[in-house]
Ligand binder design. Structure first.
Ligand code: NAD
Ligand code: UDP
Ligand code: UDP
Length: 320
């Protein structure tokens, strides 16, 4: 017998991307019906190929800047390029995706009374002068720089989520994701973990931008997906914003050395110019997540996560 009340119809926008595809896996494993919507700008069918035959999985190629009429119970809004290289390629489209995409998905949630979660970002804190960053910090973001299309787009999306919540009583959840990595990142994604691993595996120079003293905190994808699922399951009174990430903080020089060490590569480290507005430090304060998400805490440390990710990229090179 089917338990109709437990099986939810869940929409994942950006579901063919790195994080979205892992989220689709997890939702299907939980027994839900999953509708994956993606325009394949940075995502790929390869990420969801294994899901296509699944009877509870559906893929729709669609751009979220255009309206979407479907019937669902929950929406995870992840559609948006996340790598600086890709989101700066067509910055106007990036802002449209964040802002028009949010409006359309919120309009959809309003019509069908769905619960909706926004994949926001630590970039809302910009280049922070408060360290580590708690949710109460309003950030330091350049409104007119090359990163602004993403940072301000995501900030405006948060504004929309809270206005739909206050104005239309929508059930919303906003999670601020800090740098997350793992298998299915695109080899040419341009973000630091995939760049360093691919360079090390190919024996090419490992490119550190600037002097490598800038820091980031890296969360393994499984820990992130677990937190997103828990955030969606919180009481209606809980909206976030809530930081999700791993508070372990590493300089880019330390990251490069770890990647070279684990791969056993002979690559050299080279230093190239630092891009404009590159944040100098970033580490999440995850006190709220630990309290609100049922005892959630990251389980996978950087060395373990890097080993798994390196195995994935190595296997991909073998196939290629
Ligand atoms: P990704 O680039 O792999 O995934 C984004 C997906 O969105 C891709 O599949 C892409 O094709 C799709 N997309 C882009 N524009 C779209 C549009 N207009 N319509 C429909 N689909 C569109 O990146 P990711 O790392 O998986 O990031 C997923 C989400 O999480 C993004 O919203 C990103 O801002 C957020 N996030 C990620 C990180 C991280 O470190 N991975 C950190 C902070 C926030
Ligand atoms: N929208 C959508 N799917 C729906 C309902 C709405 O894509 O099922 C879009 C619609 O195009 C609209 C936007 O969401 O522009 C915002 O909807 P809302 O109802 O909040 O505002 P309005 O329709 O009044 O502009
Ligand atoms: N970075 C680097 N070499 C690379 C790619 C990135 O040193 O090949 C640096 C980048 O300048 C930034 C950090 O690594 O300081 C993280 O960059 P990423 O693009 O992964 O994410 P974000 O800057 O959005 O946190």
């Amino acid at each position: 017998m089917r338990t109709y009340n437990l099986v939810k119809r869940v929409l994942v926008t950006g579901g063919a991307g790195f994080l979205g595809s892992h989220l689709c896996d997890r939702l299907l494993a939980m027994g839900h019906d999953v509708l994956c919507v993606d325009n394949l700008f940075t995502g790929s069918k390869a990420n969801i190929e294994h899901l296509l035959p699944h009877p509870r999985f559906e893929f729709l190629r669609h751009d979220v800047t255009f309206p979407l009429y479907v019937e669902v119970d929950e929406i995870y809004n992840l559609a948006c390029p996340a790598s600086p290289v890709h989101y700066q390629h067509d910055p106007v489209q990036t802002t449209k995706t964040s802002v028009h995409g949010a409006i359309n998905m919120l309009g959809l949630a309003k019509r069908v009374r769905a619960k909706i979660l926004q994949a926001s970002t630590s970039e809302v804190y910009g280049d922070p002068e408060v360290h580590p960053q708690p949710e109460s910090y309003w950030g330091r973001v350049n409104p007119i720089g090359p990163r602004s299309c993403y940072d301000e787009g995501k900030r405006c999306a948060e504004t929309l989520f809270f206005d739909y919540h206050r104005q239309h009583k929508l059930r919303v959840k906003v999670v601020r994701i800090f740098n997350t990595y793992g298998p299915r990142m695109h080899p040419n994604d341009g973000r630091v973990v995939s760049n360093f691993i691919m360079q090390a595996l190919r024996g090419e120079d490992v490119t550190i931008y600037g002097d490598g003293s800038q820091t980031r905190s890296f969360c393994y994808v499984d820990d992130l997906v677990e937190a997103m699922i828990r955030a969606m399951g919180t009481d209606d009174g809980f909206t976030g914003p809530v930081n999700i990430g791993n508070p372990g903080e590493f300089s880019m020089l330390e990251l490069a050395q770890q990647v070279i060490g684990i791969t056993g590569s002979r690559s050299r480290i080279v230093f190239t110019p630092l891009p404009a507005d590159d944040p100098k430090q970033r580490r999440p304060d995850i006190t709220l997540a630990q309290q609100a998400l049922g005892g959630w805490t990251p389980q996978v440390d950087l060395a373990t996560g890097l080993r798994r990710t390196i195995d994935y990229f190595r296997a991909g090179m073998g196939e290629g």
